[in-house]
Design a protein around this ligand. Structure first.
Ligand code: PEP
Ligand code: MN
Length: 264
């Protein structure tokens, strides 16, 4: 298998503009769940950059559980994230939910995100395999590690080996947290695969209060990076406000991560 350690012994390093995953650094991708306006994303991006984030995130096409929830700004959102990314000097990632939109989105972003709900959308996986952009492949919300790696296999066998895996929590019987963040996936993936793996404690826990401790735990477990939702004003967020850090809390987390990585 192309993603296995047997196939390739050395770690794959995935470079996205100025950020690289799988090497010495532990890049942090930060930004709001959804792009809501130029001003909102610009403020988030400025805070992210200032605190030391390596990439900016924001959804333009949102895969919402309810059709009545905010669906994203679509192409206008892509224009905004491209502009803001260039202005602050951060590479950008945004989710692609539709195989027919891969080519369009790839023109605006530095990395394509496959969300948890689409991890086994094989038509979409084959389409991003053809895109000349790195892919952030989130673990399916009920996927085993084996199924997750097979999804990566679809992309690699289709011709794209620039894949960063992202653990974002799985469904269990526990309901206190939104999902159960499976941090054991990190050392397991590092052992059986050469691909970089990052952790998203925002979707993994569903509440801003648990984001910082689980982000630090992820780094201690060997994660190659983090994805953190941050909003200039979480109470006003159109999606995932409860799990979004304020810029202040994000800056504090980044300081704590610095100390942690220095100690590791
Ligand atoms: C997101 O990153 O905003 C997102 C929708 O994540 P997930 O697919 O992990 O739920
Ligand atoms: Mn979100």
């Amino acid at each position: 298998k192309l993603a296995s350690r047997e196939f390739q012994q050395h770690n794959t390093i995935v470079t996205v503009g100025t950020a690289s995953f799988g090497g010495e650094n532990i890049p942090v991708i930060a930004g709001p769940c959804a792009i809501e306006s130029y001003k909102q994303l610009q403020q988030a991006a400025a805070s992210a950059k200032e605190a030391g984030a390596a990439m900016l995130r924001g959804g333009a096409y949102k895969p919402r559980s309810s059709p009545y929830s905010f669906q994203g700004l679509e192409k206008d959102g892509l224009e905004i994230i491209r502009t803001v990314g260039q202005e602050v000097g951060l590479p950008v990632v945004s989710e692609v939910t539709d195989p027919r939109k891969v080519e369009l989105i790839a023109q605006y972003v530095d990395m394509l995100q496959i969300g948890t709900r689409n991890m086994q959308n094989f038509v979409l996986l084959k389409e991003v395999a053809l895109a000349k952009k790195p892919v952030l492949l989130k673990r399916g919300l009920a996927a085993t590690i084996e199924e997750w790696l097979m999804a990566a296999e679809y992309i690699m066998s289709g011709g794209n080996d620039q894949i960063v895996l992202c653990e974002r929590g799985i469904r269990t019987y526990e309901t206190y947290t939104r999902n159960t963040l499976d941090l054991s996936a990190v050392p397991v993936i590092k052992h059986i695969s050469h691909l970089p793996v990052i952790v998203d404690p925002s979707h993994g826990t569903g509440s801003w209060r648990w984001v910082s401790p689980m982000a630090k735990a992820a780094v201690a477990a060997g994660a190659d990076g983090l994805l953190i939702e941050m909003h200039p004003c979480p109470e006003e967020a159109l999606s995932d406000g409860p799990q979004s850090l304020t810029p202040g809390n994000f800056a504090q987390l980044m300081e704590e991560l610095d100390k942690l990585t220095a100690a590791l």
